[in-house]
Write a new protein. Structure first.
Length: 443
């Protein structure tokens, strides 16, 4: 199967132009300095080192994530919607991430139809998942499911046949379409098998990509379908430096196909310092509510938060490595909650936290960003609709993040992004550099 849709035709025109432009730019500006690297950056996880190109999104410290230059409010307003008043289709965002252009409603409908045609998961993939214990972590199941699909990789097959370099993006695009089509099916299968009675719910071809995932999970509430669109939209892309996106690009830079790349990225996303943040935040909220026997007052929230800090812990969901303002993704989800669940006890608790925790953290004088990030709200909304299995939240995150990883992968192949190979130094080398710097300063 090969896609014959306008999105691919648009990319066929854009990719060669992007490639030529980037090659010329690098040639003319190869020795221009971008940044200087300090020892604390070398030893601190390469924090803030400006060394990764990424056109799909950019994280602004005040405005939050920008998708191809558009803020989250702009994206929510401008992207085509599957229904009047609904959240835009996440596949419409994928079109924007790939091309930099706002898609038409017709283009999104065509893309939805193409994805629908590719959604059947091979039997051997399902057999591989069924062979796993039901109580194995759902992220392990998702990663294995993605990796098992590598058998049918268009990129791997064409590369072995001597595919030309300027065709790499095309094969990556085809694999990405198929992967995205099947991910919600696999995720819903994992949910039904691990947490419900195992009954598989067939897709509803009248629904869009995101709403269908909610339907196949068995959550038939129409409002939850809208929440699924919102969640998958907001978590889709986050520059290329976070663990999951960077892992996907790193693996892909070896010319591994998208199945290898996304499976590896999911393994990174499963880490407690990355994709499990929503789960940890919700656990803190539920512990807070348990401590006070229901929705706590603002005074009780402050008391519990201070105790958390006094015990040497952070307050999950507050603060961000880059943001210095309230995360627009939090704001978008808060607006959703105010519309659909204003009296929900957990939502009201999260609201009290927003009133109390930022000024409390700001008063400490040591917190760069006291504002809530996206994880402070996400678990609350999922709980309201009965999706209480916190281990599964990262699976939904993974389905969403695949949108950004695949878009970045197609772009990277199109502009001939090279094999990633940073240079290492020993700690003794760093000590020698520091000693020489001290001598030079003293002189």
């Amino acid at each position: 199967m090969e896609a014959n849709i306008e999105l691919k035709k648009t990319l066929a025109k854009l990719v060669p132009a992007w490639r030529t432009d980037l090659q010329q730019f690098v040639k003319e500006n190869a020795h221009v300095k971008v940044d200087e690297v300090a020892i604390d950056q070398v030893m601190g996880g390469m924090r803030d080192i400006k060394s990764l190109p990424c056109d799909t999104s950019y994280l602004d410290s005040m405005e939050g994530i920008r998708f191809r230059g558009f803020t989250i409010p702009e994206v929510r307003e401008k992207l085509p919607k599957p229904l009047p008043g609904a959240v835009p289709s996440p596949l419409a965002l994928w079109h924007l991430l790939l091309t930099g252009e706002m898609p038409t409603e017709a283009a999104v409908l065509e893309l939805e139809a193409e994805v629908r045609k590719r959604a059947e998961v091979p039997a051997f993939v399902m057999d591989a998942l069924r062979a796993l214990p039901k109580d194995i972590h759902p992220m392990v199941q998702l990663s294995i499911g993605v990796l098992a699909m590598q058998k049918d990789s268009v990129f791997a097959k064409k590369y072995s046949q001597g595919m030309k370099r300027d065709e790499h993006w095309d094969a990556m695009f085809e694999d990405s379409l198929t992967l995205l089509a099947r991910l919600p099916v696999i995720a819903a299968f994992i949910y039904r098998r691990s947490y419900k009675d195992g009954t598989i719910i067939p897709a509803d071809n009248k629904l869009d990509w995101a709403a269908n995932m909610a339907h196949m999970m068995g959550v038939e509430n129409k409002d939850y379908q809208n929440l699924a669109r919102l969640y998958l939209l907001l978590h889709s892309d986050h520059e290329s430096g976070n663990v999951s996106a960077h892992t996907g690009l790193l693996v892909g830079s070896a010319l591994s196909d998208i199945y290898y790349s996304v499976s590896a990225a999911l393994n990174g996303l499963a880490g407690p310092l990355h994709g499990l943040a929503t789960q940890e935040c919700l656990n803190w909220i539920m512990s807070l509510m348990k401590a006070y026997g229901g929705t706590p007052t603002k005074e009780q929230v402050e008391e519990y938060a201070k105790k958390t800090l006094a015990d040497g812990h952070v307050i999950p969901g507050y603060g961000h490595a880059v943001l210095r303002n309230t995360d627009p993704r939090y704001v978008a989800q808060r607006e959703f909650g105010e519309k659909y669940m204003p009296e929900d006890p957990i939502f009201k608790t999260v609201g009290n936290m927003f009133e109390v925790i930022p000024p409390m953290l700001r008063a400490l004088g040591k917190v760069k960003n006291p504002w809530p990030n996206v994880d402070a709200m996400t678990g609350c909304l999922q709980q309201h609709y009965g999706v209480t299995e916190t281990d599964f939240y990262t699976v939904i995150f993974g389905v969403s993040r695949a949108l950004g990883i695949t878009a970045q992968a197609v772009w990277a192949r199109g502009v001939y992004f090279p094999l990633e190979r940073p240079k290492s130094v020993t700690t003794q080398m760093l000590k020698d550099i520091a000693a020489k710097a001290k001598v030079a300063t003293a002189a």
